[in-house]
Structure formats: structure tokens, C-alpha cells
Design a protein around this ligand. Sequence first.
Ligand code: IP8
Length: 285
Amino acid sequence: MIVKGHPVVLVKIGGCCFSDKKVPRSFHSNIMRHLLEQLGKIPVHPVIVHGGGSFGHPIAKEYRIQDGFNKEVDDQRAGFSFTHDAMVDVNQKIMRLLLDAGIPAYPLQSSALFMLESGKIDSSFLEPVVALIERGFVPVLHGDTAIDLTRGIGILSGDTIIVELAEKLPFEQRHLIYLLDVDGLFDKNPNIHHDAELIRSIHIKNGEITFHDSSGEKQLNFSDNAVSGTIDVTGGIEFKLRELSRLTHENMEAFLVNGCKKNTLIDLHAGRLKDYTIVHINTGG
Ligand code: IP8
């Protein structure tokens, strides 16, 4: 149940949790219903950001929105609007399930809250997000199209939005949860390598991303981690961690968990989730 005063937790729902990336506009309503019902049962005040999945990404890719205006792309302005429209479509599906789960969710279109400069956030208008939280609502944002001051247009990933919220919202929010379709970050791509091992703990400090194994502290190497042939115009776990490495607050924690498995959020909250990756951000003096 959402009660005013519960700790604010930033939750990123990856597109892989709600759609099959190979099937345009596919929506896994059963997985999502279970996930969102759990969110309504744990004593936190979530702020939700969801990704594009097979709604926003294929259209953004087709019209090459990510790199800005391009005269070689036919009907690019229409493509910009189609991409946004696909995101509104999936947002409405997620909103319906949130309301069905009894969560006082309220959608905010990211394209109206953020402006970009060369693909990065230039300005953000977070007052509506803060006001909703203060009034006991659960704001729901999403990856979106956005105006870019230099390129004309662009794509704003939910992974960038969630870090902007973690950095700028005036709350004691120390926790971020990333809902994925795998148990966390692996040392190799688990979809290709059966011997891939889950990296259980990562540290981010001064922009450096490291982890420990039996041979000591290591820099994270992403070369083998990317899933090839992806439809995404934004970028996977590496991008999530790179965005997290921009955080300046101390002692933050991000949890990379499998949102497609049963009871993940309830088990995480109860401290009995076995397999996940925890990211310690700017911990220690
Ligand atoms: O899936 C991308 O959001 P993401 C949104 O969070 C669009 O990176 C419009 C492709």
C-alpha cells in the first residue's frame, strides 16, 4: 500500500520486462500485472520510469531520431511523433495495470519535462514530479522523444531520466531498482554463454566501475556483455552503469534484478532474493 512518508524508491522498468523485442508492440500483461501488484504491496513510495521495448525503439530506429534532424530520412517529423505516440500507447497499458493494482499512479510525459543538448539533458522541470510525490501520488515517467537544442530532435532514455531524478529530487532516495529480464550483470552475455557468472556486487566511484572476484578488484569490461542484434537505440546494461556513474550523491545503491521472475520485488524487499547485482555508488569516505 502506498502511504505518504514511505521512502521514495526509483524504479526503472526495462522494456525487456514488458515486451518481446522481436515482436513490435508486444506487451506481456501477465508479467507486468504480477510485477506491479508486488509494487503495491511493499512499503515504499515508488517513482516509476519505464523504457520503450518494442514500442518506441523500432520506430525511433527506422526514422533515425537518435541522431537528430537528417534530410536523408523521409517523413522524419512524422517518425518523431509516431515514436512518441508508441510510448504513450505503452504508458497507457502500464498505467491501466497500476490503477488496477490500486496504486495511485499518475503519468507524466518526459518530452514535456526535459530538453536535450547533443543527446544529454540540458534542462529539466521536475516540480510536477516533486508535487505529485508530496501529495501521495506515484509519478510514472518513460523514455521518450525530446527536443534537442543542437540536433533538433532526439531520444531520451529512461536510464538517463532515472539518474536525473536520483540526482535532483529533494528526497532521501538512496535506492534505485532496475527491473531486467536477467538476474543482474553477468561476466559474459548469459544469452550466449552458458557458463556466464552473475557479478553480485559492483562499485562505482569517481566514474570508475569495478567488481571483485577471486583474483581481486577488476575494472568492468563490457566487450562481451552487449546483446548483439538489439533493436534498442539506447544502450543496455553498460549504458545504465555509465549513467549511474554520473551520480554525485554518496552512499547510493542500485539493484539490478530480474523483473520477469515471480515475487522478485517482494523477495528483494524482504531480504531473501538470492540472485541479483547490487551497485554501490560513491560508498566510503
Ligand atoms: O528503453 C527509450 O527508452 P529506454 C525510449 O528507457 C524510446 O532507453 C522512445 C525509444
